[in-house]
Design a protein around this ligand. Sequence first.
Ligand code: ADP
Ligand code: MG
Length: 350
Amino acid sequence: MPELGEFDLIRRFFERADGPHRALLGIGDDCALLAAPQEGALAVSTDMLVEGRHFFPDMDPAALGHKALAVNLSDLAAMGARPIGFTLALALPDANASWLAGFSAGLLALADAHACELIGGDTTRGPLTISITVFGEVPPALALRRDGARPDDDIWVSGSLGGAAWAVAERLERLPIGQHALPQVPAPVDATRRDAAWQRLERPDPRVALGLALRGVASAAIDLSDGLVGDLGHVLSRSGAALQRLQTIERVASPLSLGATLDWSATPCHPVLQGLPIERQRSLALAGGDDYELLFCAPQACHATIDAIGVRLGLALTRIGRIDPQPGVRLLDDNHQPIAFNVRSFDHFR
Ligand code: ADP
Ligand code: MG
């Protein structure tokens, strides 16, 4: 079978026969045309997935298509933005039709589920790399930024933590990769939990509906891609800096800093972590990446509203701690005693 050409490939796997729905002009011209967003601001984010770095080389192509878009939709969710469309830049080692069929099916199924239209992209030969830029809309005053957390806000997290990191650890620990060697994960308890953990890694569910529901409720939000402690650190540093600026303008005599205290017993660990040594549970839940849950802050007065949002969406929302004026992150055990912990979230260049 002759190899697919670039334009056949785009037409066959990425262009919709019935044309664009939301875009004024979609795939096939020099640019796509999007109407100016009705909600006021365009929310834009790019995420890149590189084989061997962000996913295992044998990953199912449909799951990969799903995940490539999911991690981008997760950024819109974390901003409280409503998806509009996305572009796809693809480097492929070869034009393998069955791989492309799986990839585009997984990608476009998630796109349809979120009414987020593929409006263009670029295709080239090269080591397998997927880069998506997603566009959404949000009223700028309601965007869930990272810099709005204030002392005494509650810290919340959606869903459960550590499932995706467990799956990565299971896979790596079965391989003789010295550099990545991690402490042993004991044999998994049951197949259902194991499958659920792999689902978290390979088919994360972007919390778009939650992000929309949190408009006007959350003071700050971030999606958990690199691990809870590190991602919370981003909220604290941006919110702390914003608070400093505000206090300088207002000439506050004794300005407050920002930190957080987390309650380990409240942390919603993924069921697959049950039975692991406690230190391992902590490192997977607090420093493991790839969960794509939302971490958000909100004034204590919003507690009942947030509970109601969780019920309406059928999504667990758990209060895991509080923002306080003491810099740094503290972790408390069941007896409210500080637990020494040393977790570092993922950083590509460390
Ligand atoms: P140009 O050379 O003008 O950048 P291309 O020849 O790269 O255009 O692409 C032709 C059309 O196909 C453009 O509309 C582009 O947006 C679209 N396209 C290219 N690759 C992809 C892809 N992987 N997914 C979706 N659309 C794509
Ligand atoms: Mg091009």
